[in-house]
Write a protein that binds this ligand. Structure first.
Ligand code: C2O
Ligand code: CU
Length: 474
């Protein structure tokens, strides 16, 4: 059992500590009584930023990255870095076509940027070091772009991301679009894990094994809450929008007695929803699922992380409870059916030119290195693509473990794995995908936005360890 025996509450340091297991206060310092009541009612509620622009088609928020202190549970306070007052940072909520303005200030002791993972935007707004000088401590930067796609996206720094994301800098970004299912309840679920030491501080320990597996934690977090209880009403139609922001942890979620109906992936709804018992989500990926929870009012179910073999015998790990699903006392609803939500996802134009990418790991100059085509970033040769053209990304993973491959700025579609066709109707538009150990995956993407775009493994220790490259579009 890896999880520490912590109770379910989660508070900012300034709020009085709460010892009861059922306690669920979650008010930020200075919150109004109504905020506090709402937070107490829903321990997993995400912070909502104030929109400085009254125009319903503009989301204008201020965001600050800063050092702080946070309670993931009833345990000790942990020194963290946060966007705003909470972990996760505020949920940014907008719709397709909206203009988004984020006035960001860096109050960290080191440079940073914000990358808007999965959002198609101008390269100058992408927050990657290929396009933006890191924002020094004390400085500000305005990110501004128009939302093109519906889906659940997320944001995180792109400087020393293995450290900065681990310390708490991440948040979800929900973009609504047409044709979304009508449900009783929708919830954004941000999955993470942290390694807490006995004194409550985050472990910074990093040896070669940790680097190899990505830093995995001993404490699972749902929306920043350890030992979370996710409230549901029996018989209701629940939509969960999940994102895995962990450095290295793969989540493989099972809810006993239930199946997940997958209705969407990274880039929004898919054409052909399907059912799965285990929902595998690698770092960076998102899944949009529906569920009709069955149980008696007051009951609870364990949300279990099942072992998944991603290399180095990870498949032998025991199943672990990451949270509980708790039935509210309300009477069960009836008659909810899982809709077969569909939208058409047009196929991306075929490509006649291939970009071969070989992912591997090994020792270079006495150090564990993660490579693309044999080189460590920034030595990885840049690839050029004329604006508007499609390319086939032919990815071979020669290593002994899975790598979640992420492309900035564009969706891709997965065509085949090890020669077997992958169904677009189920895969949808993706920006992050597992390239299994020793596997070969073919993806296609159209590079229709100019600039320098990064791709990398989303195990952050691998990205920072060299498994990263650039595609120049002009
Ligand atoms: Cu979420 Cu370049 O990453
Ligand atoms: Cu990797």
């Amino acid at each position: 059992m890896m999880n520490t025996p912590l109770a379910t509450s989660r508070l900012l340091l300034l709020v009085a500590a709460c010892m009861a297991v059922s306690c669920s206060n979650r008010e930020p310092a200075g919150a109004s009584p109504s905020d506090a009541a709402a937070a107490a009612a829903d321990p997993l509620a995400l912070a909502v930023p104030s929109d400085l622009d009254p125009d319903p088609n503009v989301l204008h928020v201020r965001l600050e990255a800063k050092e702080g202190s946070f309670r993931y549970s009833d345990g000790q306070a942990t020194p963290v870095w946060t966007f705003g007052e909470t972990i996760p940072g505020p949920l940014l909520d907008a719709k397709v076509g909206d203009r988004v303005i984020i006035d960001f200030t860096n109050r960290l002791p080191e440079p940073t940027t914000i990358h808007w993972h999965g959002i198609r935007l101008p390269a100058a707004m992408d927050g990657s070091v290929a396009m933006q000088d890191p924002i020094p401590p004390g400085a500000s930067f305005r990110y501004e772009f128009t939302l093109k796609d519906a889906g659940l996206f997320w944001y995180h720094p792109h400087v020393r991301s293995d450290v900065q994301v681990q310390k708490g800098l991440y948040g979800a970004f929900r973009v609504r679009g047409a044709g979304e299912p009508v449900v009783d309840e929708e919830r954004v679920v941000v999955l993470d894990d942290v390694r807490l030491k006995d004194d409550g501080t985050l472990s910074e320990y990093l040896d070669d094994t940790t680097k190899m597996m990505g830093r995995e934690g001993n404490t699972f977090l749902l929306n920043g809450v350890a030992n979370a209880a996710l409230p549901v009403q029996a018989g209701s139609l629940v939509r969960l929008r999940l994102v895995n922001v962990a450095n290295g942890r793969f989540f493989n979620l099972r809810l006993p007695g239930h199946t997940w109906r997958v209705i969407g992936t990274d880039g929004g709804l898919i054409e052909q929803p399907y059912d799965t018992e285990k929902l595998l989500i690698s770092p960076g990926e998102r899944y949009d699922v529906l569920l009709v929870p069955t149980g008696a009012p007051g009951d609870s179910l364990d949300l279990v992380n099942e072992p998944y073999e991603r290399g180095h015998e990870t498949g032998n790990a025991p199943a672990v409870t990451v949270a509980r699903v708790v039935f509210r006392p309300d009477a069960a609803l009836t008659g909810r059916a899982l809709p077969s939500t569909t939208r058409t996802v047009p196929a991306i134009d075929a490509a006649s030119i291939t970009i071969p990418l070989v992912l591997n790991e090994g020792v270079q100059n006495g150090e564990l290195a993660f490579t693309v085509n044999g080189a460590v970033y920034p030595q990885v040769p840049m690839v050029s693509v004329p604006l508007g053209q499609s390319r086939l990304l032919d990815i071979t993973n020669e290593s002994e473990m899975d790598h979640p491959f992420h492309l900035h700025g564009f969706f891709f579609q997965a065509l085949e794995q090890n020669g077997v066709a992958l169904p677009l109707a189920r895969m949808g538009n993706k920006d992050t995908i597992i390239v299994p150990a020793k596997a070969r995956l073919k993806l296609v993407s159209t590079f229709d936005e100019p600039g320098m775009w990064m791709y990398h493994c989303h195990i952050l220790e691998h990205a920072e360890g060299g498994m990263m490259g650039e595609i120049h579009v002009e």
